[in-house]
Structures are given as structure tokens and as C-alpha cells.
Design a protein around this ligand. Sequence first.
Ligand code: FAD
Length: 435
Amino acid sequence: MKEQERSPKMIHDVLVIGGGIAGEEASLNLAHMGFTVLLVEKDYSIGGKMIHLSKVFPTLDCSACISTPKMSETSRHPNIKIMTYSEAREIKKSKGLFEGKILKKPRYVDEDSCTGCQLCEEVCPVVVPDQYQYNLVGRKAVYIPFSVALPKLAALDIDSCIRCGACEKACPAGSIDFSQEPEEIPFQVKAIILATGYNLFDARKKADYHFGQFKNVIHAMQMERQLVPTRPYNNVLRPGDGRIPDNIAYVLCTGSRDKSVGNPICSQVCCMYSIKQAQLVMGALPMADVTIYYIDIRSFGKGFEEFYQQTASMGVEFVKGKIAQIEEKENGNLILHYEDIENGGKPVTAEHDMVVLAVGLTANSGITAEFINQEIALDPFDYIKPKDRIVNPALTSAEGVFAAGTATGPMDIPDTILSAGDASAEAASYIRRLE
Ligand SMILES: Cc1cc2nc3c(=O)[nH]c(=O)nc-3n(C[C@H](O)[C@H](O)[C@H](O)COP(=O)(O)OP(=O)(O)OC[C@H]3O[C@@H](n4cnc5c(N)ncnc54)[C@H](O)[C@@H]3O)c2cc1C
């Protein structure tokens, strides 16, 4: 059978790659203007990192309360077609139009009949680390990714599945389908927006901090998850022994402003998200001490400095010191060796019972390989390079391809939304000029 007969070509005005807050915002803007959008997300759900956050600085608004209406509006808009667990492939420009294929990966669950009832999940005997709780707890091999996933459909992780058949028997809709195969569907669009976001710095690269070896050293996304209502435990706990911590340290600039790990730039959000988390930890554990070890506090946005000062006045201790090394004691407590910058840089140690690494943001540059005859230039830090950072920040080196959000560099959510607004306006203007 010819490919054309198997899967008819999808024709839309714009392809948006990445369904985080940047991709959702850009898609909605374009859809509201009357353009048709194909939104492709490589994960099982749209939402990106924002849907996993607790609250947002400096207002402490609930992140999911802002994210879920946006996700829902995106999924219900008649001009937007969302394809999750899918990736764009072999994109090429020909006669002013972009063509390529969307690879739809099998979730081994029939999307039309699955009701998201989770009966499959209940009976599944396999437990593996849950990537949506940043490996703090386990999940089943067949599972709903997270409580507000969109679409709220089960997905079967074939690599972990033991083929016991329990989920097939339990599913009242007969939705488990082991026969699914990857599908390639051709598409054609007039413009593309890259909203592929960022990666978290891999804290294992900072070997002297022993992330992944010392159980009570966690990263900031793991703390975000401990602070949300759908948290993995019933309180903020030390993963090592399940004890409530009472003396927590934050290590700022873990993997940012650090040439030794290949990331010399400031991640722009770590100071503020750590200050935010410190306030939330004090709310969750009123008796706990919180210390933030920093190089500089960069509270550059509107209301940020006041938020920082408020946090200090609540009793969070700010210590200007660069952490050189973390050691573990037998009881799981951690000894931090640092340079006490305000006291002449002398070496000091301090003991804490839990350490949160304020990990930086790194570039997610993989998408450029999907373009066949268009070069998407990257900057020296591997983020998508704007054609002109000052006057055209959403334009890339390829005409008709725009970039939004943290795909272009570290930024917080309000700046991501502004950047997505810019990219969607540029894409709309470009398409109008084609007509
Ligand atoms: C611990 C922590 C706490 C934070 N707290 C705050 C806060 O309180 N306030 C604030 O303003 N900011 C905060 N931030 C920053 C915030 O997370 C970002 O500003 C925001 O999430 C950026 O959104 P984005 O859409 O650009 O990227 P992302 O959220 O990374 O979304 C990108 C999406 O693209 C998808 N994708 C990637 N590659 C492909 C591909 N090839 N094909 C298809 N899909 C793809 C990804 O799966 C993802 O869904 C925090 C960051 C961290 C690390």
C-alpha cells in the first residue's frame, strides 16, 4: 500500500513542536487568529515542565491552576490538532512550504476507547521509577502519566512490561493493544515554531555533590514535586529514610555559571525558584531551618527583590559561599564544605540533613537534526540562535521557522509567554506575506 493511502497528508498553517507553556501559548495565539495548528509533543501529555511545578515566584500562584486551563483550552480549540507521543521527522522546505513526517509512537493503548479509568494500572504487578515524580517513587508499567495529564489516557511502557496479560483482562474497554506499531504521517505547513524547551542540568555531572549516590541529596525538581498537592509522599521527606528533615540546605548554581561542567551561563530562574521553595518549605515544615548557599542572588524581575527580602525576614538564612564538596555521614546527614566568601573566603563546613541542588537549565538542541535542507543555527550554548537577538528574537536562521520560550535560552514563565507571543505574531505575519 502506498504511504499516501495509509495516512493522508495533514495540512495545517503552522507546525508547533513542543507542548510546554511556550508551545501552548503560541498555538492558542495562532488558533485565535484563525490559523490551523498542528501541535506535536514528544511526551504522553502536553504541559511541559510547568505542569510539574508547585507554585510560581514571586506571587506563589499555584502552577497547575494556571497550566491546566491553558492545556485544556489548547486541547479543545477547533483550530488545533494535538499529537502526543509524536515527533516531527525529515522536515524539508520545498516551494515555500514545509513538508515532513510525524512519527506517532505506539502507546499500546487504543486512544479512542481508553477512558483513563486506571483499572489497568491497579492490576499491573510491575513497579519502575516514576519519571513524572522525578524518580522519587514508583509507577506501574501501564499507567496514566500524571493526574492532570492531557490527554488523560493510559500508556504502556513496553520496555518494562512483562506481558502477564493482567491489564488486558482488567480493561473493560479492551483498549490494551500490543499490536500497535510506529506510524509515519506526512504533513505540510507554511511555518514552524520550535518550542522544544530546556533540559534540567544532570546533577550527576557535578561529581563532588554525589547526586544519585547520597539519597538525601535531591534536585530542585524533586523538591518541586514534594511541594505539590499530588506529591509523592505525604509531606516533605528525606528520600533516604523517610524522616522529616529539619535542617535543609539549598546549593545554588548547581550546573550554572560553571565552566567545569560546560555551562558557563546563568540559568536565570534558580535563585528565584530556590527562594520560592524556601518559603514553601517553611510553610510545610514550620520547625525546619532553611539555608541558601549562593554566589550572587539575582532577583532582577518586578517584585523579585521584595520577595527575596521577605524570605530573608521569614528566617531563611542566606550564606554567600561556594560549595566545594558534600560528604555523607552514617546517619544520612550531609557535610557541606564551602568557601565562606563574606569572611575572607576561608574554608568552612556545615551539617544539614537534606540538600537540594538548585540545578540549572541546559539546551535541548536535538530538534535541529530533524531539518533536512534548512540550517537552524545554534548559539555557543547550544540554544536556538535568534536571527537578531535584539530586534528579531523569534526569528531563526531559517526563513519561516520561529522559536519560542526556553528553546532559545533560559527564561522564566512570564518571559516564555512573551516569547511565544512574539513567535506566533512573527509566524502569522510571515504567512500573511506568503498569501
Ligand atoms: C525547579 C524549577 C522550578 C521553576 N520554577 C519556576 C517558577 O516558579 N516560576 C517561573 O516563572 N519559572 C519557573 N521555572 C522555569 C520554567 O520551568 C520555564 O520557564 C518554563 O517551563 C519554560 O517553558 P517551555 O515551554 O519553554 O519549555 P518546557 O516546559 O521544557 O516545554 C517544552 C516541551 O517540548 C517538548 N519537546 C521537546 N523536544 C521535543 C521534540 N523534539 N518534539 C516534540 N516535543 C518536544 C517537551 O517534552 C516539553 O513538553 C522553574 C524551573 C525549574 C527547573
